[in-house]
Design a protein around this ligand. Sequence first.
Ligand SMILES: Cc1cc2nc3c(=O)[nH]c(=O)nc-3n(C[C@H](O)[C@H](O)[C@H](O)COP(=O)(O)OP(=O)(O)OC[C@H]3O[C@@H](n4cnc5c(N)ncnc54)[C@H](O)[C@@H]3O)c2cc1C
Length: 406
Amino acid sequence: MAMAWRAAPRVAARLALGRRGIASCIDPSVGLTEDQKEFQKVALDFAAKEMAPYMAEWDEKEIFPVETMRKAAQLGFGGIYVKPDVGGSGLSRLDTSIIFEALSTGCTSTTAYMSIHNMCVWMIDTFGSEEQRRRFCPSLCSMEKFASYCLTEPGSGSDAASLLTSAQRKGDTYVLNGSKAFISGGGDTDVYVVMCRTGGPGPKGISCLVVEKGTPGLSFGKKERKVGWNSQPTRAVIFEDCAVPVGNRLGAEGQGFSIAMQGLNGGRINIASCSLGAAHASVLLAQEHLTVRKQFGEPLANNQYLQFGLAEMATRLVAARLLVRHAARALQDGREDAAVLCSMAKLFATDECFLICNQALQMHGGYGYLKDYAVQQFVRDIRVHQILEGTNEVMRMIVARSLLQG
Ligand SMILES: Cc1cc2nc3c(=O)[nH]c(=O)nc-3n(C[C@H](O)[C@H](O)[C@H](O)COP(=O)(O)OP(=O)(O)OC[C@H]3O[C@@H](n4cnc5c(N)ncnc54)[C@H](O)[C@@H]3O)c2cc1C
């Protein structure tokens, strides 16, 4: 059975080798600049050597691979679209998408956490004062410290603007009370970017505070047991009379919801990119399995029904990638419709890529359902991409609203 597991590193290695053995129609490097091809190769190599061989173990033992992520940060992946003067790589949203897609072929769950971390660092870099940028960003970009994004609450998920965690101003501090649910990295991370209520109801009453681990009154719930995303912990984050300096507020009072949503625009591209990586790896796993496995006296690959299935998977993958890259460019260019395009990309790519991975599992027959085969982990890991950073129903709401408002 160890044999089967070698398929994941092997597939990641095939990707890292570039075109060799991979049809150019699904090659993720097509259309990229020489620079982009270069760091895509670095990310694919890293995925193949440092992530894919361990992704099963991280999943099984629920290991948060801190040292591996720090190695990735040495390559510039801890603050990819953060400005260089505070340790970031200063790359574009498209560059970021290319890197997350590549890393995700090695371990989708770990890459997805890294994408959330990157989103948080970008929020501090973009909306923080000079003093805040210099205080927080360098150690986050190097991943000496890790960050979490805290928006969801037990009573407010899709209706995020109804959040209740209160932050009452008392002199030079805000005193926080309330709790956040489902926080990725929660308990293991050092810096919490928290959306909380400093004013009246609705989005305009929300501010954004950076809360550091160790602050009295900050505690964590039990580690959640999850279907996938097991290489990163998920916990509730609890505030009980937790006093946070006013100097930790990002932006102005009442700007928090806007900051949270702007963070999520990029977050949605990133999570969609993680889905692309999982789907690409799954297409290759299915291709290998169909070629090797024989039934009815010949390789499964000779069966036209399965050939058509593989063709559809490849087509869905390329279509999803094109939309994600289109949205990434729109966000980079500050286009007016960028937020809607990011929602479209997240909706389409995470739905299509889940179908691809699931179909790849089906092509493995019973073996696909065994934990010894990598494809099931890609299915489990990307299922949640349809739920978080705004569910895909919320994505439809955003797209429909923009269409109907003209
Ligand atoms: C593993 C994991 C990690 C996460 N990490 C983070 C994190 O790091 N930080 C963070 O802040 N949050 C995080 N989340 C939370 C995630 O963003 C929420 O779960 C998500 O936004 C949905 O909220 P909910 O679970 O409360 O579902 P609900 O809002 O209760 O929705 C339930 C269902 O109803 C649908 N629905 C709701 N309203 C409508 C409507 N008006 N029209 C149509 N359908 C609707 C939803 O789409 C969904 O299918 C994480 C979640 C998971 C599972």
